[in-house]
Design a protein around this ligand. Sequence first.
Ligand SMILES: Cc1ncc(COP(=O)(O)O)c(C=O)c1O
Length: 387
Amino acid sequence: MIDPRFDTHLDEVRSRPRGIKWGRGGPDVLAAWVADMDFAIAEPIRQAVIGMWEISDIGYSLRANRLGPVLAERGSKLWGWDLDPELVVPTADVLQGVWNNIYVHSDLGDGIAMQTPIYYPFLKAVTDTKRSLVDNPLLTTDESWALDIDGLRAVIDDRTKILLLCNPHNPSGRAFTIAELEALAEVVAERDLIVISDEIHADLVFPGATHTCFATLPGMNERTVTVTSATKAFNLAGIRTAVAVFGTPALKETWDKTSSFLLGHVNTPGVEATIAAWEDPGAQEWLEGLMVQLEANRDRLVRFIDDLPGVEIRSPDATYLSWIDCRALPIQGSPAEYFLEHAGLDFSDGQAFGTNGPGHVRLNFATGPSILELILERFGNAVAALG
Ligand SMILES: Cc1ncc(COP(=O)(O)O)c(C=O)c1O
C-alpha cells in the first residue's frame, strides 16, 4: 500500500507553478533533474509557516539562535555528533557556506580536493574563487563506488588546502563507510587539510548503510566545517536557510572575518521551517515515511535499469539521486539532450559533474510512484528506439 502522503500524481506537480523543476520543461516534459522532491511537505512544517503569516509574525527573527541547540540535540541523537551550539552559524544556503569557507580558509591558487563526478556547483566553487581543482575520481566497483585513497595521496600537493567532501555523495548516492572515512581522515591529518563536509543528504540514508558525520572521526572536529540544512530531506529548497557548523572557535573566527552584512541575515520563515523540521516529532515521522517510499522507488528504478540493455546503474545507498551510465548506448553527444529531445525526459546532464561525468545522466527518483512509472516507460521506449 502506498502511503498517500507520497502518492503524488502528475496533475498535482503540474499545478504548482513556482518551481524550476517542473517549470522549465513545459507541459510535455517529465522532470527528474534538480534535487527537489515532488511530495507535499510535512504537516508540522506547513503549520509552522502558515501560523506565522496568519498572525503577521514575520519581523526580524528572534529565533535564529535556536538553530544551534536544535541541531545539537538532533545530531547527537541521530549520529552521535556532539557539536557546540555556539559554533553554529546560519547561512543563506549550503553553497554560501561552501563558497565563503573556501574564501576564508584558503588563498588564490590553492588546491581544493574532491571526489568526482561531483555535484557540479563544487566545481564552480573552485573556478569562481580562483582556486585549483585537485581531482580525486571515485573508483567503480562491481556494485558501487569507492574512495581512491592512494589516488588522493598522489594528487595532493603543498598547495592543497581543503578537502571539499560530499558526505553522502551526490551524484553517486554513496554513504561512505566509517572505514573509508577513517582512511580519508588519515590523509587529511597527514596533509594538514581543512575539511568542508557537505552533509545536506545525511537524513536520506537507506537501511543497510549509515551516515557518519566527518567531524565525529578522531582528530577531525578541529579541522572540519560541516555545512548542512533541512532543505533536501524535508523538501524545502526555496526557504534559503542553512547552517555552517565549526569544529572549533578558531575555525569560526576565521569565518567571522567576513561581515554578516555581506552574507545577509536569516529568513524568518526559513528559520521556523527548519526548527519544525529538525525538532518536531511529526516531521521525523514524515521523514521515516518518506524513506520507505524512496527505498521502494529506488528498488523499482534499479530493477528496471538492470533489465535495460546498454544502461547501467549502481544502487544508491543514500539520497534520491541516481547516477546512470549510458555510455554503451549508440547516442552521439549528450544522453541528457537525447532523452530530453526524444522522450521529453529532463535529467541532469552528467557532463557538468566533472571527471567520468560525460555519458551519464542523473535521475531524481523523489516522486510519486505513478510519475516514476511514466518516466521509466518513456526511458525504456527511448532506449529501445536506439535499436
Ligand atoms: C550536495 C549538495 N549540496 C548543496 C546543495 C544545495 O544546497 P543549497 O540550496 O542550500 O545551497 C545540494 C542541492 O541539491 C546538494 O545536493
